[in-house]
Design a binder for this molecule. Structure first.
Ligand code: GLN
Length: 370
């Protein structure tokens, strides 16, 4: 769609990196308009997993994950709306960090679901991620959803949990222990919990009762935003007709927004979103957990053919289960390369999720797990 499009201005995140002395190597392959979880819906063809080229790299920002995993670059950017940086980071064995919503400017980013879109970072270490985050985060006059106040000092200090992590409460959501996880990804999940325990943390079960609705809620809200965001790509200005995924979402969004459907779909999804965000808030504010530990995906990267055989809805349901919740709640979340899958010994990441705007605290905890 945008093959011959040259942007007339530079995105804030890019400008800030240029100003800080960053050198850009190129743009990376991805799912069209960041819709997808496999980087397979691209005019350039699918992105391949660097550890096993029969498998997907994850997505939608898969090309950036591969550029970092193959050491072609020190770090890369992607956009994480429902998991698109955490998911490929997990499959490719790199760090993928989605900051809190509103901490990084979206100016210059093509909108998908405006209220969950966050420019996010791939790198090989948490310390590199921190460096990039310090450069790109902060208020921007060109994005009214960025915070005016300087980035707050973390409310929680890891120091208070030193020398190891005594008293740091790590929550394991009961609802995330899906039967499918038992087959594919339980060992790395358990191992990570054990490692945290050995570091002195208090690992305990928590409940996020509305998380089972997160996918459906995201799908409705995303399609509604897509219906208006994509209206400009009507085939007249840019002359290209888009693929099934994008078209399907535009149609679905317009259907959800019809006067007769609006309250059953859009309004309902907006209410469910609040319940999902409240679940997280309750866990953090009641002191049940300081940080939540979760898988990123159900298991290792699927093979390309198997993944492409799934329809878009199933793909989303399987791939986004563990990541959309933090997106809908606007929370900072990081995928860390922690384990190897049981089946093929491919990388699988684990996710840490922290309270809103506790990004620096999250990075501190993540660093201890490296
Ligand atoms: N897989 C989700 C989707 O297709 C998330 C995409 C993203 O985070 N950009 O919308």
């Amino acid at each position: 769609m945008l093959e011959n499009f040259y942007p007339a201005y530079t995105a804030t995140v890019v400008q800030r990196l240029l100003d800080a002395g960053g050198r850009f190597v190129g743009k990376t392959n991805m799912d069209e308009f960041a819709m997808g979880s496999g980087s397979v819906d691209s005019i350039f063809g699918p992105v391949k997993n660097p550890w096993d080229s029969r498998c997907i790299a994850g997505g939608s920002s898969g090309g950036s994950a591969v550029a970092v995993a193959t050491r072609a670059v020190d770090f890369a950017l992607g956009s994480d709306t429902g998991g698109s940086v955490r998911n490929p980071a997990s499959y490719c064995g790199v760090v993928g960090f989605k900051p809190s919503y509103g901490t990084v400017s979206r100016h210059g980013l093509i909108s998908l679901l405006n209220s969950t879109d966050v420019p996010a970072i791939f790198s090989r270490t948490v310390s590199d991620t921190r460096t990039v985050f310090n450069v790109i985060s902060g208020w921007d006059a060109k994005d009214s959803t960025t915070f005016k106040e300087p980035f707050p000092a973390p409310k929680k200090q890891l120091k208070q949990y030193s020398p190891d992590m005594p008293k740091l409460r790590i929550g394991i959501p009961r609802e995330f222990l899906l039967p499918e996880l038992f087959d594919h990804n339980l060992m790395p999940y358990k191992d990570t919990a054990k490692r945290l325990e050995l570091l002195g943390a208090d690992v305990r079960p928590i409940s996020l009762p509305h998380s089972e609705y997160a996918n459906a809620c995201y799908a409705v809200l995303c399609a509604c935003d897509v219906a208006s965001n994509m209206a400009r790509y009507d085939g007249i200005e840019f002359g290209h007709r888009s693929q099934a995924v994008v078209r399907g979402r535009i149609l679905a969004g317009n259907y959800f927004l019809l006067k007769r459907n609006y309250s059953a779909y859009f309004e309902q999804a907006a209410k469910v979103r609040r319940l999902i965000a409240d679940d997280f808030q309750r866990v953090f504010e009641s002191g049940q957990a300081d940080v939540i530990l979760a898988p990123v995906t159900l298991g290792e990267a699927p093979e390309l053919d198997a993944f492409c055989g799934l329809d878009n809805r199933t793909q989303q349901e399987l791939q986004d289960w563990f990541t959309v919740g933090a997106s809908l709640a606007g929370l900072p979340a990081i995928s860390l390369p922690i384990g190897l899958s049981v089946k093929r010994q491919l990388p699988v990441g684990m996710q840490l999720i922290a309270p809103f705007r506790e990004d620096l605290f999250l990075l501190d905890v993540a660093e201890r797990l490296e």
